[in-house]
Design a protein around this ligand. Structure first.
Ligand code: ATP
Ligand code: MG
Length: 159
């Protein structure tokens, strides 16, 4: 009972004081190819996420394989690697309150057909594979993914 009260109070405090976080975002090859970088940045910035690091990169097969290694047993993995290396991507670090969850909300569901109206994937995704953007799915993965692409000197946090 006492534990439950403490937990409830902690959750209440956390929702009242959202943490400033950093998350990794990738604008995927087809969205870069179709000239949607500017449009997509507006979705992040209008929701209070700041770009604190960014680079265009044409991923190598090794990089794409490692980045998406959690999916290596999936049937779509070889196609995913081929897709992610098919052209340059914009890799960036977004910063803001609850940035990890906020970015996932702005992105929408993996399958653009199932993504809510007004999300990036609903507006710019082509299909379940070519879905315009990647976003870290947890704070732990965000830290790992940011370190995969950026050194500390390449990031410009607000504070
Ligand atoms: P991401 O990790 O890119 O942010 P996500 O977390 O929404 O996407 P995951 O399940 O991690 O979804 O899938 C990684 C990526 O693999 C998807 O974004 C998509 O490009 C591709 N993918 C996922 N499911 C399928 C599928 N069934 N068929 C083809 N490609 C898929
Ligand atoms: Mg994922």
């Amino acid at each position: 009972m006492f534990r439950a009260l403490i937990l409830a109070a902690t959750n209440l405090l956390a929702s009242a004081n959202p943490q400033v976080e950093q998350t990794l975002s990738i604008i995927k090859p087809e969205a870069v190819e179709h000239g949607h970088i500017g449009d997509i940045e507006a979705y992040f910035e209008s929701e209070g996420l700041r770009v604190i690091g960014a680079k265009l990169s044409h991923l190598s097969t090794e990089q794409a394989k490692e980045f998406y290694s959690e999916h290596k047993e999936c049937a779509f993995y070889p196609e995913l690697v081929a897709y992610m290396t098919s052209g340059p991507v914009l890799v960036q670090v977004l910063e803001g309150e609850d940035a990890v969850a906020e970015n996932r909300k702005i992105m929408g569901a993996t399958d653009p057909k199932k993504a809510s109206a007004g999300t990036i994937r609903a507006d710019f995704g082509t299909d379940i594979q070519q879905n315009a953007v990647h976003g870290s799915d947890s704070l732990k993965n965000a830290e790992k993914e940011i370190a995969f692409f950026f050194s500390a000197e390449e990031l410009y946090p607000k504070d």
